[in-house]
Ligand binder design. Structure first.
Ligand code: M6R
Length: 360
């Protein structure tokens, strides 16, 4: 069942090229135009603003999706569903509320959708499970087609969520602003190449050889800017979930406002570069290096300066920044997996956690 893999998590990490292929197949034209059968051009012409509601890993996918929308001038906000469920944001019939939920059964996310519906908002589920409660209760559903995910730690569903949300994002940009994204063709090409690029990361990753060196430290920090920020949060979530080590993710900009006080030579810092915020991101890495922290950088393979400054360099194929985060995240999945494996953790069923959280 696990196809020879020791854990479902590792199997599912390795399934990402296929999962992503299914997510994008038939949905992107050569010019980067998006064709989503349930959402023809104009579907979202009446949308004024977008509210994402989600939990955990799915929340990070939503944060990732928001980057593109706000850059293109589409007002978009992310809410942790656990908070939205008790304090929903104002919404009306011009609001599109997008519930991002792999299982489609997360109680807080469903409760958020019900609030949104009561406020008159339009609701859309982005989910992996056909027939799930979210897909039935929302006005519309976009299926990410990742295939079943058994491991409690979400891996391939994150990648497929980001890819599916990227397609939805382009549809929204075109419908809401009346113009395609100026780099639509490059974004589309990068998405189409993503399965092959992920495959390269999986084949060439140096992580299995490094994990031993970095296990057993005081704490682990993950930082990033742009789409590197949600990827840093996701890297830290995965790390704490399956290694049981203390890990925190921050937007790099937050470092100086508190977390820097915790940085020492015994706190490895994993820095995610999205290829967009070079100088500032490098400055943040200098800040932690000055405190003696070992730096593990994840960046495009052509990032010469990053390679020079980091103690360890985890390269990903050079591509459009919107795809770089997905590739970087694959390296981080492997970091968590290999450290947890060395520590002998119950990788597929971490203590205290359930695959889907059906109570509020
Ligand atoms: O099924 P959902 O996407 O709604 O689940 C939300 C979270 O519970 C989930 O993403 C959780 O954070 C992951 N299993 C962590 O790996």
């Amino acid at each position: 069942e696990r196809d020879g893999y020791e854990h479902y998590m590792l199997k599912e990490i390795n399934e990402q090229p296929n999962a992503l292929d299914r997510t994008v197949s038939g949905r992107i034209g050569n010019d980067g135009s998006v064709s989503l059968s349930s959402f023809p051009p104009g579907t979202f012409a009446d949308v004024r603003d977008v509210q994402f509601v989600a939990c955990g890993t799915s929340y990070h996918a939503a944060m990732y999706a928001r980057e593109h929308l706000i850059e293109m001038g589409v007002p978009a906000y992310t809410f942790r569903a656990g908070e939205y469920a008790t304090a929903p944001a104002p919404a009306d019939e011009d609001t599109l509320v997008v519930a991002v939920t792999q299982s489609g059964e997360t109680a807080d996310t469903l409760q958020s959708v019900r609030h949104a519906r009561d406020a008159g908002a339009r609701t859309l589920a982005v989910t992996n499970v056909v027939g799930s409660t979210a897909s039935r209760e929302c006005d519309d559903a976009l299926f990410i087609r990742a295939g079943p995910e058994i491991g409690v730690a979400a891996t391939k569903t994150f990648s497929s969520q980001v890819a599916a949300l990227s397609l939805l994002g382009e549809r929204l940009v075109e419908d809401v602003t009346g113009e395609p994204s100026p780099d639509r063709a490059e974004r589309g090409a990068a998405l189409r190449r993503l399965p092959a690029d992920v495959q390269r990361v999986l084949e060439d990753s140096p992580v299995a050889k490094l994990a031993d060196e970095y296990r057993g430290r005081d704490a682990y920090f993950f930082i990033g800017r742009g789409v590197g920020h949600p990827v840093a949060l996701e890297g830290a979530l995965k790390f704490k979930e399956i290694t049981y080590e203390h890990a925190e993710g921050f937007g790099s900009a937050e470092l100086k406002h508190g977390p820097l006080a915790l940085v020492t030579e015994d706190t490895p810092v994993v820095a995610v570069f999205d290829g967009r915020h070079g100088e500032k991101a490098l400055a943040n890495v200098e800040e932690v290096r000055a405190r003696g922290a070992p730096v593990i950088a994840v960046a495009g393979e052509g990032s010469r300066k990053v390679r020079e400054i980091a103690d360890e360099f985890l390269p990903v194929p050079d591509t459009h920044p919107d795809a770089t985060g997905v590739l970087a995240n694959v390296q981080l999945q492997l970091v968590s997996y290999h450290v947890a494996d060395l520590l002998g953790r119950a990788i597929d069923k971490p203590r205290n956690l359930a695959k889907s959280v059906t109570v509020e």
